[in-house]
Design a protein around this ligand. Structure first.
Ligand SMILES: Cc1cc2nc3c(=O)[nH]c(=O)nc-3n(C[C@H](O)[C@H](O)[C@H](O)COP(=O)(O)OP(=O)(O)OC[C@H]3O[C@@H](n4cnc5c(N)ncnc54)[C@H](O)[C@@H]3O)c2cc1C
Length: 305
């Protein structure tokens, strides 16, 4: 039986692995693609000490660090967990290759951005289509961009993009913007932000890079907006379907306490999959590290007892 199984190999999982390895715990990590969402970031400019790296380069740095400890734990890359069950003692982790037993679990399976599923979205991803305005807005300095969404994240993105872009089209499918009144007032007052309420986003066009976004009004009238960037801000979906016995909030995020413990003894979670409010690499690294330290203390207390 393992001391711990880390489910997920993004920033939170990788940071946790380093702490667990340094304590020489018997553990394994199961993950899809190592690096998580970071590999989709064109440029990461806000990670302390490592400015000007692409997401892929940052993941390579994380991996190089992890490789110092590679003989101290089992890395099961491209082996995703399909189910977690409670056993009389510990937990069972099911993958396509087998069932593994563990005393504790750390869930770090992150989140994925909700997609529009329209033509051009996938083809032009990282070529002007982005799912993280906070991260990528500075790359669109003096350019026209579109933000799809009408809630707090979309308004927040529009106000952030206002610092960089010349014109921001806010494309909202609903009759009105929904969310914080202060933000609504700022967005409405902005001379740079053009609000397109009750408009559907039909497709994103461009050859090698985004050139336009095509929208349609309620009566079906189409309009092509010439933009170089499209930020899709219609929400995040946590990846936690494989576990049904821990508490989740209404957004299906795993609820944790200050020690990263869920409502079930022995089950911890960290990063984007949890109800922490900020979804960022540095936050996930910190949360993953904190969760690992909690697990180390918990296992130590069990051994002492
Ligand atoms: C396009 C884009 C750009 C971004 N740019 C920035 C930026 O510049 N700066 C910044 O701070 N943040 C940025 N972010 C946000 C940042 O990437 C996330 O906050 C961070 O990666 C979350 O880390 P995590 O470890 O919690 O989860 P994730 O990075 O989502 O990693 C989750 C891991 O879990 C694995 N997994 C999923 N399901 C399973 C399963 N069933 N079994 C096993 N493993 C599983 C995945 O393969 C993945 O390895 C960006 C996000 C995106 C999408």
């Amino acid at each position: 039986m393992y001391d711990c199984i880390i489910v997920g190999g993004g920033p939170a999982g990788m940071a946790a692995a380093i702490y667990l390895a340094r304590q020489q715990l018997h553990f394994a990590m199961f993950t899809g693609e190592i690096g998580g969402q970071v590999v989709y970031s064109s440029d990461v400019e806000n990670y302390l000490g490592l400015p000007d790296l692409s997401g892929v380069e940052l993941v390579q740095k994380f991996q190089a660090h992890l490789e110092h400890y590679q003989d101290q734990f089992e890395l099961h890359e491209n082996e995703k967990v399909s189910e977690i069950t409670r056993l009389e003692k510990g937990f069972g982790i099911k993958t396509a290759k087998g069932v593994y037993k563990t005393k504790t679990i750390l869930i770090t399976t992150g989140s994925k951005h909700r997609r529009l599923n329209i033509p051009g979205e996938k083809e032009l991803e990282r070529k002007g289509v982005t799912f993280c305005a906070t991260c990528d807005a500075p790359l669109f300095r003096d350019k026209d961009v579109a933000i799809v969404g009408g809630g707090n994240s979309a308004m927040d993105a529009a106000l952030f993009a206002e610092k960089y872009s010349s014109k921001i089209h806010l494309i909202n499918i609903n009759e009105q913007l929904m969310g914080d009144d202060v933000m609504k007032a700022k967005v409405t007052a902005s001379r740079k932000i053009v609000i397109h309420n009750q408009h559907k986003t039909l497709r994103i066009e461009g050859k090698d890079h985004v050139e336009a976004v095509v929208i349609a009004s309620e009566d079906g009238k189409e309009e092509s907006l010439p933009v170089e960037g499209v930020f899709i801000e219609i929400g995040l979906v946590p990846v936690a379907d494989f576990i049904d016995f821990v508490e989740k909030d209404r957004r299906k995020q795993i609820v944790i306490d200050k020690l990263n413990l869920t409502n079930v003894e022995g089950v911890y979670a960290a990063g984007d999959v949890t109800d922490v409010s900020e979804k960022q690499i540095a936050v996930s690294v910190g949360e993953g590290s904190k969760a690992a330290l909690s697990i180390i203390k918990y296992l130590g207390s069990k051994a002492d007892g």
